[in-house]
Design a binder for this molecule. Structure first.
Ligand SMILES: *[C@@H]1O[C@H](CO)[C@@H](O)[C@H](O)[C@H]1NC(C)=O
Ligand SMILES: *[C@@H]1O[C@H](CO)[C@@H](O)[C@H](O)[C@H]1NC(C)=O
Length: 376
């Protein structure tokens, strides 16, 4: 998704200095109760597969795995330090909420009551507002860094009225290496007291050739989606579901990302930033089934990634907003240097009665599973 407005510089400076002070690599038993509200970096490692997560924004900082020749690379874009994530506007690896993607006019009506949200994308709200779930400190509930299925569980309590959203919400995310080269992300949220829209999303920027290795336009993508939700100039869905057939949006067969991107560029669109309706994904209400969403393949490294999830939609974004962003190891990231596959509910669903509902009523549990299966 497009970048949002930067945080207030003073807020960033103060917070960044606190974080730098609090930062340190911690592991396992070292996560003393006193330290759990502090910001740290946590590793999960199984054999030659490892990831790093910080409780700042429940952010996935790195995913390291071999290529077909055994060379390790980190395949997600990001920063070396948490302080840079505090500053960042690209949502690298962040856990997005309370409502991912856009809400038109920063407002909605629920059960006859009108709610106003924080507009941070022109007149609209993007990715939960000015200070969404990717810009807050989460509590580390449990961290097991090694063994047969390393995991970390993070918790955030979102308060009634936060960024304008109604009701308290208890949110959990668990990152787990569930098999040799399989990363699973489980998210859930329980509404307390009031009904609220909930739409969490995980926002990793993937480059299977390794972060900083250049453009992903040559990587091949397959999307298990026959329809997408067309948008207006402000990237708000028109409400229609259109077939991908015969359009540059058709990835039903494995296709190089750049193969048909010219059709978008000619219309002044800088790349894909599109919600697809995952085939069969709209059925099942709050408890949906895991289904295959996407396969990405990088010919040069031999790495492939298969994504499974249980959400109605997936935002396919080709990092159109990146320009000269200095990331990990001094690498500079530019447009089309990564792709995002953000499984989600449809954008602006709270204002679109024909889209699958995102309303979670008091005591109900929203849940969202993603499974990334890597091969090389
Ligand atoms: C945060 O952004 C400001 C302004 O762009 C910059 O001067 C500062 O160095 C940045 N801090 C970090 C930690 O990246
Ligand atoms: C939510 O997820 C957490 C961590 O994965 C888990 O412990 C908890 O039981 C889940 N809550 C519900 C209501 O499913």
């Amino acid at each position: 998704m497009k970048m949002a407005r930067a945080l207030h510089p003073l807020f960033v400076a103060v917070l960044a200095s606190c974080l730098v002070a609090a930062l340190g690599l911690s592991s396992g038993a070292a996560d003393a109760a006193a330290g759990r509200k502090m910001v740290g970096v946590y590793e999960l490692k199984k054999g030659d597969f490892s990831i790093k997560v910080t409780n700042w924004g429940a952010t996935l900082m790195s995913v390291v795995l071999p290529d077909s020749r055994g060379n390790l690379a980190d395949v997600v874009l990001g920063y070396d330090t948490v302080a840079e994530y505090v500053n960042g506007t690209a949502y690298f690896g962040g856990l997005i909420g309370r409502v991912a993607n856009r809400i038109s006019g920063a407002r909605f009506t629920l059960d006859g009551k009108a709610y106003r949200l924080f507009p941070n994308d022109g007149k609209n709200t993007l990715h939960g507002g000015h200070r969404g779930f990717s810009k807050v400190v989460w509590t580390v509930k449990e961290h097991v860094g090694g063994g047969s299925s390393p995991f970390i569980t993070l918790y955030y309590h979102s308060f009634d009225g936060e960024q304008g959203f109604p009701g308290d919400l208890d949110v959990y995310v668990t990152y787990q290496i569930s098999d040799a080269h399989v990363l699973s992300v489980h998210m859930n949220a329980t509404a307390r007291g009031k009904a609220t829209p909930v739409n969490l999303a995980h926002h990793a920027y993937w480059n299977l050739g390794g972060h900083g290795s250049g453009s992903i336009l040559g990587e091949k993508v397959r999307l298990f989606a026959s329809r997408y939700t067309p948008v207006d100039a402000a990237l708000i869905p028109t409400g229609r579901l259109a077939p991908v057939a015969g359009t540059p949006y058709d990835f039903r067969r494995p296709t190089a990302v750049g193969a048909r991107i010219g059709g978008l560029l000619r219309r002044g669109v800088t790349g894909y930033d599109t919600n697809y309706a995952v085939d069969g994904g709209e059925r099942g209400g709050l408890r949906r089934q895991l289904r295959r969403v996407a396969v990405v393949r990088d010919g040069a490294s031999g790495r492939a990634m298969e994504l499974w999830a249980d959400q109605p939609g997936v935002q396919f974004y080709t990092a159109n907003g990146l320009s000269g962003v200095r990331g990990k190891g001094g690498k500079v990231y530019d447009r089309h240097d990564a792709l995002c596959l953000e499984t989600q509910g449809f954008p602006d669903a709270v204002n679109r009665p024909n889209f699958p509902s995102q309303i979670v009523r008091p005591g109900q549990v929203y849940s969202h599973d993603m499974v990334f299966k890597f091969s090389f």
